[in-house]
Design a protein around this ligand. Sequence first.
Ligand code: UD1
Ligand code: MG
Length: 450
Amino acid sequence: MPHRTCLSIVLAAGLGTRMRSKLPKVLHEIGGLSMISHVLNTVQAAGSDAIAVVIGPQMDELETQLRARENVAPFVQNERLGTAHAVLAARRALESGADDILVLFGDTPLVTSGTIARVREALSAGADMVVVGFEAENPFGYGRLLMDGDRLAAIREEKDASASERVATFCNSGIMGFSGVHALRILDAIGNQNTKGEYYLTDAVEIANAQSLKVVAVSAEEDEVQGINTKGQLAKCEAVFQAKMRQAAMENGVTLIAPETVFFAHDTRLAADVVVEQNVVFAAGVSVEDGARIRAFSHLEGAKVGAGSVVGPYARLRPGATLSDQSHIGNFVEIKNATIGVGAKVNHVSYIGDASVGSRSNVGAGTITCNYDGINKHRTEIGAGSFVGSNSTLVAPVSLGTGAYVAAGSVVTDPVPRDALAVGRQRQVNKEGRAKTLRAKLQAQKDKTR
Ligand code: UD1
Ligand code: MG
């Protein structure tokens, strides 16, 4: 079959006033990734040759993000006059043409490339226009698809629907496909004679029918195409996304002891035989290798966990934490921008930041790397096979040679040579019998004041 070229137009100019936020609606995140990036990744995966994104004026941050992506061109819709008007803001892209023209909404982030592929199949099988519909549990607010047998006759917006049309539960997801031959002619014919006085993209259906074109609907699951207009719907979409991520992890061989308490980011990568205990959060940028165990109540972000390692309970791995195989990070330990060597252990209440810990080293309870002097960050290098006694303070920049040993309670400010013992504190002094005389003296003072 000859390659069909594809232009995707993603609408993102709506302010989303019902979100009650300063942030443009499509920059709100699902699984730690903006809604618009979810849609762009999906249309890219579905084989778009070009992507036009329609944004509003003064959406500078969004525009910068879009310009950084390949094959993506932003178009500004200066007045928000409706979804059809928005599509035409990308007129230059439409004029350069494509076999398949897809329209997607930036506020419908969970659409899959499989659904987009079905729209394109219908176009290549001869449809002139395709609309993705779904059975809505609660259709309120969605446009209704009015079917006439296999033919899609019209889409009626909530505000314009009659009582009998409102009963319909087959709804418009907003995702549409047009044959490139007809797209501009249909779009240019759309007017704004409706309750909201907007140019509705949904009117394209009746216009195409009036031109004797073939208009069909394909259906998708509601979970995949629900739109986000409110914070409540954002949370609902997040829940759907999390359920999918948990299911996928388990299908890949990950053990989730209480799946509904584990939260994923869009890019979380867990290998087979990883065990994740209850109440764990994976923020963006985490990978965990085979057989590692993430114990309860841990929070991980931008971190790599090597095979067979144990993290937590109550551990915090921040960006740049790289744990080699078989390492142990225990309770109330924070690791940031630090490499932990093979088999090394940092097991209790410690902060290790801007550091490297050599293989098989043991970092005792309460160890702190003082990495920040209020102006600059400095590194701490701990050699392989070292032992850092409990409650030590390592004032960076500082290094411990291979096999070094730091006495408990030390403040280490100078480098410790290989195999040396560092005692960075006052040595203990014992005064024989002084406990007794001290107590007697104190008691006498107390008796005198009575
Ligand atoms: C729209 C559809 C409705 C469908 C629903 C699915 C129309 C007229 N209605 O309603 O049939 O069931 O989505 O979620 O198409 N946008 C612009 N510029 C504009 C207006 C909107 O870029 O002038 C963008 C928005 O940023 C958003 C998308 O288009 O990404 C949809 O707009 P929205 O206002 O959310 O439409 P709905 O009322 O949800
Ligand atoms: Mg919407």
